[in-house]
Design a protein around this ligand. Structure first.
Ligand code: NPQ
Ligand code: MG
Length: 372
């Protein structure tokens, strides 16, 4: 396999409804897809899960494209003909940070390699399931209306989602959680604060134990390791980390310190599916549950996330929602929930392709990068 070029496709896709979190509101997804093309003319795909501005993390679309063009492209040129995906990951170590950019380019290369071998990503990663349980992430209601929230959640429950995650922040936590718990007394329910609380909120978060929650995701700032230890001690509800976890070492530290007992795995946050798998392996060995995060991916990123979620340690439903949760029209054939689950793609590589017409219609910018 030799990678001859990359093409970066930038698309604008409207969301079916605004998505509000503690760090801001999104109405349009600024999608970046990376296509790697081999000398045999085989294309592989990776999705760069950046937002258009640095909200969830410091990475954002313009910055990721700059890093891909100017820093990752020359690094990857040194391994353009390798048949070892781990060598590809090692070659990117000359660039610090920027995991979303790294994940997008290396997944596109991995996809080419797997397609040439005729092997699915799920099989390559060690999947043991042919379908995965799906949860849904529900934003802070744009009007801070609990009634509107209940109507939105009711729609997801009717669609069959197996777990509800409410985005929370100070002032939007007790009431929405109480209302959802009263309306659905047994549905698996969890929270995600995206770092919105302080250490001094420990007793407040502990008061949410009454709602019988699966976990609290990232209540405190990503660097506040000790705060998460205190939070884990204060709450009966398990603490899960998202933004804090960037590597196998941070996952190991989090579990060893008792900062959390559950980990959200997002390949874009840790730099590659290989690292996502390694974090999974570590957690499985330690008996710590993991689940697949989501970044409003199109079908390209969604397909790969569903493959990862089919590994044995993914024992909690992921943010692997159906395409319709975010998009009226997806870039690939849509992922449609069947009884609250999504089928794991079985075709070579990620197992899906962008639909040429949709890609053409939604692309706002693209560029070709030649590997030299
Ligand atoms: C999380 N995702 O787990 C993220 C946060 C998030 C599904 O809750 C545009 C692109 C908007 C990525 C909003 C979910 C986003 C985004 C929220 C990611 O923390
Ligand atoms: Mg999160």
């Amino acid at each position: 396999m030799t990678i001859e070029r990359f093409r970066i496709h930038r698309l604008n896709i409207p969301l079916v409804r605004p998505f509000r979190t503690s760090f801001g509101t999104e109405t349009l997804r600024d999608v970046i897809l990376v296509e790697a093309v081999s000398s045999d003319g085989i294309s592989g795909w990776g999705e760069c899960v950046t937002m258009s501005w640095p909200g969830y993390s410091y990475e954002y679309g313009d910055n990721a494209i700059h890093v891909m063009e100017n820093h990752l492209l020359p690094a990857l040129a040194t391994v353009a003909d390798t048949d070892d995906p781990y060598e590809v990951r090692a070659a990117m170590e000359v660039v610090a940070g920027n995991p979303m950019a790294k994940n997008a380019m290396s997944t596109a290369m991995l996809d080419v390699w797997l397609r040439e071998q005729g092997e699915s990503l799920a099989h390559y990663l060690g999947a043991v399931k042919d379908e995965v349980d799906c949860g849904v992430s529900v934003g802070i209601n744009i009007n801070e209306s609990v009634d509107e929230l209940l109507a939105e959640v009711a729609g997801y429950v009717d669609e069959g989602y197996r777990r509800i995650k409410l985005k929370i922040q100070p002032g939007w936590d007790v009431e929405p959680l109480r209302a959802v718990r009263e309306a659905w007394p047994t549905i698996p329910l969890q929270t995600d604060a995206n770092q919105a609380y302080q250490r001094s909120d420990a007793q407040h978060l502990a008061s949410l134990d009454q709602f019988d929650l699966l976990l609290h995701e990232q209540p405190l700032e990503q660097d506040d390791w000790y705060g998460h230890v205190l939070m884990s001690q204060a709450c009966q509800t398990p603490i899960c980390m998202d933004e804090s976890i960037h590597s196998v070492m941070s996952a190991d530290s989090a579990l060893q310190f008792g900062a959390c007992s559950i980990i959200n795995i997002k390949p874009g946050r840790v730099g590659s599916y290989l690292t996502g798998k390694e974090i999974h392996d570590l957690c499985l060995e330690r008996g710590a549950p993991v689940w697949a995060g989501g970044m409003l991916e199109t079908g390209v990123g969604r397909a790969a996330n569903v493959a990862l979620a089919a590994l044995p340690g993914f024992t909690l439903p992921g943010d692997t929602s159906g395409s319709s949760r975010y998009y009226e029209v997806d870039v690939t054939e849509p992922f449609v929930l069947q009884d609250g689950r999504l089928p794991v793609p079985t075709g070579p590589g990620i197992g899906v392709d962008p639909l040429p017409d949709v890609l053409r219609e939604m692309t706002v910018w693209s560029t070709d990068l030649t590997v030299t």
